[in-house]
Design a binder for this molecule. Structure first.
Ligand code: CP3
Length: 356
């Protein structure tokens, strides 16, 4: 059996085929809410060391699968590895998130990036994947990922998140040609990077368009979906059997524009009513999502009720993947995470007594 055969529940769902139960995995399933993550992270000294040391990054990837009955693993890494390799130099300020030592302040800075950086700068990523694949059971697919071109540009231009990405949004009007040039350069690097991940052993690729929702309607297709489609098309041409997931955060009011997006699956945030998304997309994509991450602070009764609500809304769909609408918050109780995963399996299992 090869890793790309659709034999596990996750890949059956991505192929739109029914399975013994609904697959579930969770964005940020490897992270600070897990005591074993906090332990390895403090021993590594910094998030960046953890990320760039294949032995440690592989261990962290596998941590949530040792604890919970998850249906997929996601590579432990970050979306900001490509801008780092382009010479912007990633760093993390404690408690404040990511920042770059050399951000792009103006269009002239585009020429100063290491536009053709050597592959070796990202070698730690395929090295991590090879280690994970050696330990991960064959029936658990490994998800590789990157940020979308627009989302990476949001972090790279000016002060990024510190100014709510206002600098990138300003370029839409002050320097649209330079912004397009950056997005196309990123699309090229992202596609190459995802292809390297596939060659190293990932079974599924995911593109995080986490900040697509910042774009005004009049610019969303040109600056988010356009360059993302370039990436997705290249993956599809390279390996048609590798499914792709597009995390369309903030796309709720413009889902109909995603009907032709060349991805197998759309990840939805918690603002989108699942039933409405189904009706709007009418089967163009398998859907993934979208429990509010804050529901993990609530009671187990409420978590089970939310699981039932989602499963019911999606019961006519042969393929559906349960996930959160965004990442697991760092301070939730890991018992609740386990409860969520088990509830999805119990309530969606064909043999279940619970069945909502
Ligand atoms: O999902 C997983 O378990 C895989 C690992 C993963 C991380 N980041 C680990 C991480 C993935 C898939 C990402 C993607 C990522 N990174 C995104 C897209 C998803 C999204 O959230 O919309 C974005 C925007 C980033 C950029 C990033 N990295 C931010 C904004 C932060 C700080 C956020 C925070 O919670 O502090 C990070 C750091 C980061 N990435 C952590 C982890 C586990 C926390 C690092 C730590 O231990 O301090």
């Amino acid at each position: 059996m090869t890793a790309t055969e659709s034999t596990d529940v996750m890949r059956l769902a991505l192929a739109g085929k029914p399975a013994s139960h609904r697959p579930v995995w969770l964005m940020r399933q490897a992270g600070r809410y897990l005591p074993e993550y906090r332990d390895i992270r403090s021993r590594a000294g910094s998030f960046l060391t953890l990320l760039k040391t294949p032995e440690l990054a592989a261990k962290v990837t596998l941590q949530p699968l040792s604890r919970f009955d998850l249906d997929a693993a996601i590579l432990f890494s970050d979306i900001l590895t490509i801008p780092d390799a382009l010479g912007l130099e990633l760093d993390f300020a404690p408690g404040e998130g990511p920042w770059f030592r050399h951000p792009i302040e103006n269009p002239g800075d585009l020429a100063r990036m290491d536009r053709e950086f050597p592959d070796a700068r990202l070698d730690y990523v395929p090295a991590t994947i090879e280690r994970i694949r050696r330990e991960l059971p064959r029936n658990k697919p490994l998800i590789g990922f990157s940020g979308s071109p627009w989302t990476l540009a949001c972090y790279m231009i000016g002060q990024g998140r510190a100014r709510e990405f206002g600098d990138a949004c300003r370029w839409l009007y002050t320097s649209p040609e330079s912004l397009n040039e950056l997005l196309l350069l990123l699309a090229e690097h992202i596609a190459n990077y995802l292809i390297r991940q596939i060659e190293a052993g990932v079974d599924i690729v995911m593109l995080f368009d986490s900040w697509g929702g910042l774009l005004p309607a009049s610019r969303y297709r040109e600056f988010s979906l356009g360059p993302a489609s370039v990436v997705l098309e290249r993956i599809r041409t390279y390996q048609p059997e590798i499914p792709s997931i597009f995390f369309a955060r903030g796309a709720g009011s413009r889902l109909e524009w995603l009907r032709d997006l060349p991805a197998r699956c759309l990840g939805l945030d918690s603002a989108v009513p699942l039933g409405q998304a189904r009706a709007c997309l009418s089967g163009s994509h398998v859907l993934q999502g979208n429990l509010d991450p804050s529901a993990l602070y609530g009671s187990t009764e409420n978590i089970r009720a939310e699981v039932c609500r989602m499963l019911n809304e999606m019961k006519e769909e042969s393929g559906y993947i349960v996930n959160l609408g965004h990442g697991i918050p760092p301070d939730v109780d890991c018992e609740k995470v386990g409860f969520l995963i088990d509830s999805v399996h119990e309530e969606s299992s064909q043999r279940s007594k619970h069945r909502c």
